[in-house]
Design a protein around this ligand. Structure first.
Ligand code: UFG
Length: 329
């Protein structure tokens, strides 16, 4: 019998790519998404979409009653660091409240495994070292803290109820489905790769480079960009590991790229420069966030297959060129 999975937030950027990876394995997939930031068209035809929010306990229970589930993947959340600084309590209430409601319902329904989308934003400044899972937790935003709170809740659900869980801390997800079916469509868009591509295509104003006086070789921030398809495959690797124990993994490539590196990559891949201006720092940005993915690589054999920045940019560029209006109006 095919395995059955529930994916909250499966109409979003990373969630939709995970759904694609599950379908490719022959799994049955139900997506629960309120479409507040996700897109109906991002749910591939093989999956069933239930439009609903996690704030509604009855919806969560009704969906979970339709098991048995091999696992629940929890992507649905607010994810803008800047917004969370303006509305800290609202962000905590939404992300932690919805997550706790889901975890409690999973325990009641006997779901054996939960995989949480967590974030590198729960780490503080670690200087120039690659960030391992044991690096100091020091969220710089309510967004990052909301994910840490859910990691803690899952740890307790494991200790007391036996729920197995994987907390997956994403670094910078980017790129798009290599088959061209799925891509990144945030509204508003705040992420560097799609903004740089749009500036290059002349679809928006020049890109503002936020900060040129960081203690990095070219003065701009360094991030670890991971291809969204590699990220999806890491979920499957982590899931298999849950047969042994609960896990926490940092998901990145161990390679850092500066903001200017990204602009140069877009120029290399497209043959056109990215119009940009140098701007002040964006509040809350850390100089350098680069993962050590050594633990998941050691435990599962997973390794990024599209680690080259130009590959990440090329797939993102192909999707954005083919979908000027993203998933549509
Ligand atoms: N940047 C610019 N100009 C822009 C947009 C971004 O210079 O117009 C810079 C940022 O200052 C940063 C880098 O590009 O240095 C990457 O910025 P993103 O907004 O693309 O990504 P962040 O690293 O800020 O955040 C991402 C996710 C968060 C997550 C975090 C974890 O969006 O949800 O990674 O590291 F928490």
């Amino acid at each position: 019998m095919p395995r059955r999975f529930l994916v909250t937030g499966g109409a979003g950027f990373v969630g939709s790519h995970l759904v694609a990876a599950l379908l490719a394995q022959g799994a049955e997939v139900v997506v629960l998404d309120n479409l507040s930031t996700g897109h109906r068209a991002a749910v591939l035809p093989g999956a069933r979409l239930v439009v609903g929010g996690l704030e509604d306990e009855a919806t969560v229970q009704a969906v979970l009653a339709d098991g048995p589930w091999h696992a629940v993947f929890h992507f649905a959340a607010l994810s803008l660091v800047g917004d969370s600084m303006r509305d800290p309590i609202g962000y905590l209430a939404a992300n932690v409240g919805n997550g706790l409601r889901l975890i409690a319902a999973c325990v009641r329904a006997g779901v054996p495994r939960v995989v949480l989308s967590s974030t590198a934003a729960l780490f503080g400044d670690s200087g120039s070292a690659a960030i391992t899972e044991d690096a100091a937790i020091a969220p710089g935003s309510p967004y990052g803290d909301s994910k840490w709170m859910l990691e803690r809740a899952l740890a307790w659900a494991g200790r007391i109820h036996g729920l197995r869980s994987a907390s997956l801390r994403y670094f910078n997800a980017a790129g798009a489905d290599p088959e061209g079916r799925l891509g990144e469509d945030h509204r508003p868009e705040t992420h560097l790769v799609p903004l740089a591509i749009d500036a290059m295509l002349g679809r928006r104003d020049e890109l503002a480079v936020f900060g040129t006086d960081y203690p990095t070789p070219d003065g701009t921030c360094i991030r670890d960009y991971i291809h969204v398809t590699d990220l999806a495959e890491a979920h499957l690797a982590a899931l298999a590991r849950l047969d042994h124990a609960s896990v926490t993994y940092n998901l990145g490539t161990a390679t850092g790229h500066s903001v200017l590196d990204v602009l140069h990559s877009v120029a290399r891949v497209s043959g056109r420069t990215v119009p940009h201006r140098l701007a002040p720092r964006r509040p809350g940005d850390l100089a350098r966030l680069v993962a050590s993915p050594a633990r998941i690589m050691h435990d599962t054999g997973w390794a990024p297959r599209h680690a080259a920045l130009d590959d990440i940019v090329a797939t993102a560029l192909r999707w954005r060129s083919a979908h000027p209006a993203g998933y549509g109006a």
